[in-house]
Design a protein around this ligand. Sequence first.
Ligand SMILES: [Fe+2]
Length: 261
Amino acid sequence: MGRAGRSAVAERLPKLRTDLGLDFVVINGENASGGRGLTGAHARLLFEAGADAITLGDHAFDQKDMLQYAETEPRIIRPLNFAKTAPGKGARVLNATNGRRVLVTQVLGQVFMKRAYDDPFSAVDTALKTHGGSVQAVLVDMHCEATSEKMAMGHWCDGRASLVVGTHTHIPTGDAQILPGGTGYLTDAGMCGDYDSVIGMQKLEPLRRFITGMPKDRFEPAAGPATLSGAFVETDDRTGKAKSITMVRTGGRLQESLPNV
Ligand SMILES: [Fe+2]
C-alpha cells in the first residue's frame, strides 16, 4: 500500500527470504502505486526485493502503463475473471527454487464489489484442471470483500490448491488453518502498509466522507512506518498440500508474529 508499503517490502523481504528459506514469494501489488494500481517501475522494485510473482486485483489497470507491462512481464497475474479484453493472464505456471513449478492464479469475488465480475468459482476450476496436475504447488488469491465468499473459495479448492489466501480488504484475519483436504487457508493476508490509517489511506478524508457523506480532498496513502503482513506456508512437493501455515507480521504498529523455522 503506497510508498510506506513498498518500503516495508524492500527493507524486510530480502531478510525474510533468507531467514525463512523462502522458495517462492507472491505479493499482491494492486495498491502499491499511490494506493491505486501498480506501475511497471514499482513492480520491478517489488521483484528486486524478492517477489517471484505479483498479483493485481480490481485496481489492476488504474496505472495505465500496466496495460502494456502485464503483456510483457509473465510474473504479473491479473484477475482471471477481469474484463475479457484485459491484457495479461490470470493464471501462470512459474519457477520456484530447485526446478519446482508453482501455479499462481487470482480471481475477483462478486459480493459487494464495484462491478459484476464473471463467476470466480468456474474460472478457478478451469485453471486448476488446466495446470494443476503439472506443478508442485498451487496458490489461489481470492480478491474480494466478503469473508464468506473467501471461505467458500477455500473449500471449493480444498485438496486442489496448496494455499487459498484472500486479499483486498487490507486487514489481516486470524483464521490461518489447513482445511480438511489439505489446502492452507487464510481469509485475508492483510496489507503491507501503515496501519495508523483507514485501510492504508490517511485517516482524515475517509472519516470526513463517512461522517458527512461529502468528499473534500483526494485519498492519499498513509506514510508512517509500515507493517509487512502476510502468510508463510510450507507445502509437500509430492502432494502439493500444505504442511503448515503461519501468519507473518513485522514492523510498524501491529504486533510482531513470525514463524519459528
Ligand atoms: Fe482490491
